[in-house]
Design a protein around this ligand. Structure first.
Ligand code: PRP
Length: 185
């Protein structure tokens, strides 16, 4: 199977290779399975960036589990960290062992808001699994139980992360050249 390739004008350097991701996802999946035997496990992903990680992670967890999805958007001109839910979960999480699966935690504001909201729904446990942790940018402290890689304060693309909506399907995570970022959010 041919892997998607990125133009040289986009990628500065590969930060996490496909092989490193595969190995780490297997480790994270094994840890989650070990820690959640006999629980009602729900993996919840915030669209769209977490989609690729979720797809691989759920297949690395040798337990019965369910997946559900939420989509949010920032209020334009609103207070930082206040998000609007544009697609809510389909199922109740009351009494469930919830793991929020993210591609990246940056300032932590998005996840902080979502965790507060989910906590009110009274899950048995509420944890976070993120592939990438840009911890130097953190504004709010978050309990991250499962972490793939800590990364520096650089704009990154691939494995779910986009530049102007593109390149989520790259199998690795790379830093982006400054010239390629014009207009990217
Ligand atoms: C990314 C990521 C997190 C959020 C992290 O989503 O998936 O949800 O940013 O940023 P924070 O820690 O500073 O709040 P993004 O807004 O890029 O949307 P996407 O997942 O659709 O790409």
């Amino acid at each position: 199977m041919a892997s998607p390739k990125a133009p040289e004008s986009l990628v500065e350097r590969v930060l996490v290779t496909e092989e490193q991701i595969t190995a780490r996802v297997a480790e994270l999946g094994a840890s989650i399975a070990h820690d959640h035997q006999g629980r009602d496990v729900r993996l919840i992903t915030i669209l769209r960036g977490g989609l690729i990680f979720l797809a691989d992670l759920c297949r690395a967890i040798d337990l019965p589990l369910q997946v559900d999805f939420m989509a949010v958007s920032s209020y334009v001109g609103g207070r930082p960290g206040v998000v609007r839910v544009t697609k809510d979960l389909d199922d109740s999480i009351e009494g469930a062992s919830v793991i929020v699966v993210e591609d990246i935690v940056d300032t932590g504001l998005t996840l902080n808001y979502i965790l507060r909201m989910l906590k009110e729904r009274q899950p048995a446990t509420l944890e976070v699994c993120t592939l990438l942790d840009k911890d130097v940018r953190r504004i709010v402290d978050l309990p991250i139980t499962y972490r793939g890689f800590s990364i520096p304060d650089r704009f990154v693309v691939g494995y779910g992360l986009d530049v102007n909506g593109l390149y989520r399907n790259l199998p690795f995570v790379a830093t982006v050249r400054d010239e390629a970022l014009a207009g990217a959010g």
